[in-house]
Design a protein around this ligand. Structure first.
Ligand code: BDR
Ligand code: CA
Length: 319
């Protein structure tokens, strides 16, 4: 398969997405870069290393990226992902350390090494991708495809009435990324909020009694608590990042509305961080019709949570 970089703010659903990808030996994961978001960028890298070591993949390099957004701010979400960003699940501290290279440079270096082949999967705020675009203006030609978990097209926001967290955490960076003119797929809340993990999936993971699915069960349990308390009033949790991962590697048949112009509200009003799409394709004065054209996944052709659960149950303990 084509080489892949995952850029993420490792948190609960980011960790599940990484495990989903690591569960497929055909996925050629070349690096995982960290960004602030669910937790700070250093803790996110540390969490990534813990997950990689859990499955014996210390060979995958981890680098640290943006600590703050374009405006120099950052607000973590410990009420969703726990104080340590990973549900306080107690994975051992990593034996390895992040590499010295800053995350945007990792993205640029690998893009140059694999011209036209590298795929990017962004599961956090888009600050590292925007910075990489400034470092290497040819990045859109060098990268094969970008998949972003982010935005809300017809769906309400999840951090404000209008905005989804990853975009809201850095609207200025998101706008740069959406205007870069590369082949980009957006996986917004419209689809991630309809793909729900439930207590049944949690129990299935727990019942295996094995290390990796048990870890997945423990972080999912924490996630279900949050969703029950603050979102749905029931034990169902959104599959944001794992679904975007499945879309990125072509594992899930889905309808991608092609060539949809998407812009981001970067103002300071109630819609800051909202993604606005010209879904009618009829507003010729839409601000960035020429430069911005994303494929937007608004529905999948098949349910994904069971596929994710089975993949995670497929990790067997080493003897
Ligand atoms: C997105 O925000 C983060 O909290 C999650 O990990 C996911 O990437 C959902 O809005
Ligand atoms: Ca994330």
């Amino acid at each position: 398969e084509e080489p892949l970089i995952v850029d993420c703010d490792t948190g609960i659903d980011d960790a599940l997405a990484l495990l989903y990808l690591l569960g497929d030996p055909a996925v050629d994961l070349r690096a995982v870069t960290s960004v602030f978001g669910n937790t700070d960028a250093v803790t996110a890298a540390d969490n990534t290393l813990r997950v990689l070591e859990l499955v014996g993949r210390q060979d995958v390099p981890v680098t640290i990226g943006a600590r703050v957004n374009w405006r120099g701010t950052f607000h973590p979400a410990p009420f969703v992902h726990g104080e340590d960003g990973l549900a306080n699940a107690g994975l051992p501290a990593p034996a390895s350390a992040p590499r010295e290279e800053p995350a945007p440079e990792t993205i640029v270096r690998l893009a140059r090494q694999h011209p036209g082949r590298l795929r990017l999967l962004a599961l956090g705020p888009l600050t590292n991708l925007a910075t990489a675009l400034l470092l290497e203006p040819k990045l859109p030609e060098l990268v094969e495809h970008v998949t972003v978990m982010g935005g809300a097209i017809h769906h309400p926001g999840n951090v404000t009435a209008a905005a989804e967290a990853n975009i809201h955490n850095d609207p200025e960076a998101a706008r740069i990324v959406l205007r870069a003119g590369w082949d980009i797929t957006l996986v917004p809340l419209d689809v991630t909020m309809t793909e729900l993990l439930t207590e049944e999936h949690h129990n299935r993971l727990e019942r295996t009694g094995r290390a990796v699915p048990s870890f997945a069960a423990s972080i999912l349990g924490h996630y279900l608590d949050f969703y029950e308390r603050d979102v749905f009033g029931a034990r169902s949790a959104a599959c944001h990042d794992p679904l975007a991962a499945a879309v990125a590697v072509g594992d899930i048949p889905c309808h991608r509305a092609p060539g949809l112009a998407v812009d981001v509200d970067t103002g300071d009003g109630p819609a800051r961080g909202a993604t606005i799409a010209d879904t009618r394709g009829s507003y010729s004065d839409f601000p960035n019709r020429e430069d911005t054209s994303a494929r937007v996944v608004l529905r999948t052709e098949r349910s994904f949570p069971q596929q994710l659960t089975e993949r995670l149950c497929g990790f067997f303990d080493a003897d």
